[in-house]
Design a protein around this ligand. Structure first.
Ligand SMILES: [Zn+2]
Length: 133
């Protein structure tokens, strides 16, 4: 007895909405997904030095002091709307045309220690699954 396997696949392409003008960054349009990675590294260093400079290292770590409360925001922008003018860390939206490419980018970013100081997971959810609330 064989069970029919239901194939799940999608014909929907990832599409980003510009955080500046609110318009969609259409396929073939120039745009970026970007973050100020210098600020993310600054935050990382700030929290790392707090961790090191604890007065009584034998005391349990107060997570409120170690875990970031502030996150550097990712944004999607048309190149014409870009306020950072490519000063930060970015990907071209033309390189994020399939969910496989988004996943590859996600793997690539996961190796960056400063990623935890950005809102990457929330950004992706907001951009790519906007109907989940
Ligand atoms: Zn725009």
């Amino acid at each position: 007895m064989s069970k029919q396997i239901e194939q799940k696949w999608t014909i929907v392409h990832p599409e980003f909405r510009c955080d500046m003008c609110g318009g969609r960054i259409l396929q073939g349009e120039h745009g970026y997904v970007q973050v100020d990675d210098h600020r993310a590294r600054d935050l990382q260093n700030k929290y790392r030095s707090r961790q090191v400079s604890r007065q009584f290292p034998w005391e349990p770590i107060n997570l409120a002091l170690v875990e970031p409360k502030e996150f550097v925001k990712w944004q999607a922008v048309h190149d014409r709307c870009d306020p950072m003018k490519l000063a930060g860390y970015f990907f071209y939206t033309t390189d994020l045309q399939t969910f496989e490419e988004v996943l590859q980018t996600n793997f690539h970013l996961a190796q960056k220690k400063w990623l935890a100081y950005t809102d990457w997971p929330h950004f992706l959810q907001r951009q790519l699954a906007p109907y989940d609330g």
